[in-house]
Design a protein around this ligand. Structure first.
Ligand code: SF4
Length: 407
């Protein structure tokens, strides 16, 4: 909450630049800024990728548990900080895990006005606190009215204040095609949270949202409306992991559909956290490592380009990855004999735990000029030798203890 506290502190010290033509001239309602900032902490409609290290799979940004400011990569590769907020914390839906749902006692319902939100974002930008906006919302009343107000805020930023910063806009479930089109013309990225891998799972969590109509159909609208100029950062989605008892294998199957059919740029995972006062408060909060293991699986599919059949080995009999390295689980089941870094293809090298795209490429380049004879050489190329050694044969040396190779 450091980020949100910083925003509140700056505002209360009058450090926002509220001068300039057309700037909203009323005092900033700090209570509202705090409530709607904190509302993004648990509302998975508003969280982004998680920032935590998972060995060679590190490199993701944005912290789901931090309210106020999150981060994203702009299309030009820069990491930008975003003012992360809800437009309102009122919602007509009843997602069982969400404190903003109708099922929860909503004692502190607040909303911005379009002018107010645009002005606060602009002032934060001028104060050098953020470089853009990450806007989500509950669905107060109906999605058409809510999207209109959110779009009006974005319109003011882009057209009245000439704001060219990064904007990530959450599309509300059930949003019309016309509003989606308008959103895509003004935002850099839009996303609509899928939350679960199937219709049946969503029914476990919400009786008011229709998986096919409110979510999948809207994702198709976005996919079909994407063009070269429109939506430079593409479409993304996010799962609430473990809220409906789904397995990792089921999530992975849906991920493939989302990448292959919906042209998703990225998919994010937010573990289910049991929040007091919600209908699912007695359910078990999912471990952080489950989120991390799903990011690893996503990375193996998206970056390492492992085949679906190979990926199957990542999931145990229960259909879950468990807290084990999925690349290791796949390697143990698919690498049939030790890999010689002097002769293996780049694709074969990539399948060895401890060798990533960069080190695989360096190995291939080095062996054009010299033989690889030692673990020290590999280490110097960035290979995590402790992980890789089990699967390697270097210049006749082998360290494998795998049963298959002993036979
Ligand atoms: S749609 Fe569901 S998750 Fe999003 S704010 Fe409403 S109740 Fe919460």
């Amino acid at each position: 909450m450091v980020a949100l506290d910083k925003i509140i502190r700056l505002a209360s010290q009058g450090q926002f630049d509220s001068s300039g033509p057309g700037i909203y001239d009323r005092p900033i309602d700090l209570r509202k800024v705090r409530i709607l900032g904190e509302g993004t902490k648990h509302d998975t409609c508003a969280s982004t990728a998680s920032k935590r290290k998972v060995g060679e799979f590190d490199g993701r940004i944005g912290d789901v548990m931090r309210s106020g400011i999150c981060h994203a990569f702009a299309p030009d590769g820069r990491c930008v900080s975003l003012f992360k907020t809800l437009y309102t914390n009122a919602c007509q839906h009843n997602c069982g895990y969400c404190p903003n749902s109708t099922a929860c006692s909503a004692s502190k319902i607040v909303s911005y006005t379009p002018e107010e939100l645009a002005s606060i974002t602009l002032q934060l930008y001028r104060a050098n606190t953020v470089e853009g906006l990450f806007l989500s919302s509950g669905v107060a009343g109906d999605e058409t009215r809510m999207m209109e107000q959110m779009l009006e805020a974005i319109h003011l930023l882009r057209n009245k204040y000439k704001f060219m910063g990064y904007i990530h806009l959450k599309i509300l479930p059930g949003t019309s095609r016309e509003h989606i089109k308008q959103a895509m013309e003004m935002a850099d990225r839009v996303s609509l949270n899928i939350e679960c891998p199937s219709k049946g799972h969503l029914q476990e969590l919400s009786t008011t949202k229709d998986f096919e109509v409110d979510i999948i159909r809207r994702q198709k609208y976005i996919r079909d409306l994407v063009s070269g100029e429109r939506l430079p950062a593409g479409q993304t989605t996010q799962y609430v992991v473990g809220a409906a008892g789904e397995t990792d294998r089921e999530i992975f199957a849906r991920m493939l559909y989302e990448y292959n059919v919906m042209n998703m740029k990225r998919q994010y995972f937010s573990r289910f956290i049991a929040v007091d006062g919600t209908p699912l408060e007695a359910e078990q909060t999912q471990p952080r490592w489950r989120e991390n293991r799903l990011y690893q699986v996503d990375w193996l599919h998206r970056v390492y380009r492992l085949h679906r059949k190979e990926m199957e080995h990542a999931f145990g009999e229960s259909g879950n990855i468990g807290n084990r390295d999925p690349k290791w689980a796949i390697a143990v089941n698919t690498i049939e004999s030790p890999v010689d870094p002097n002769t293996a293809t780049e694709a074969e090298l990539l399948r060895v735990p401890g060798i990533g795209p960069v080190s695989a490429n360096r190995i291939v380049n080095l062996r054009n000029t010299e033989m690889i004879k030692s673990k020290a050489q590999l280490r110097a190329l960035g290979v995590r030798v402790g992980h890789a050694r089990t699967f390697l044969e270097i210049n006749g040396w082998r360290d494998s203890t795998l049963r298959e190779w002993q036979a």
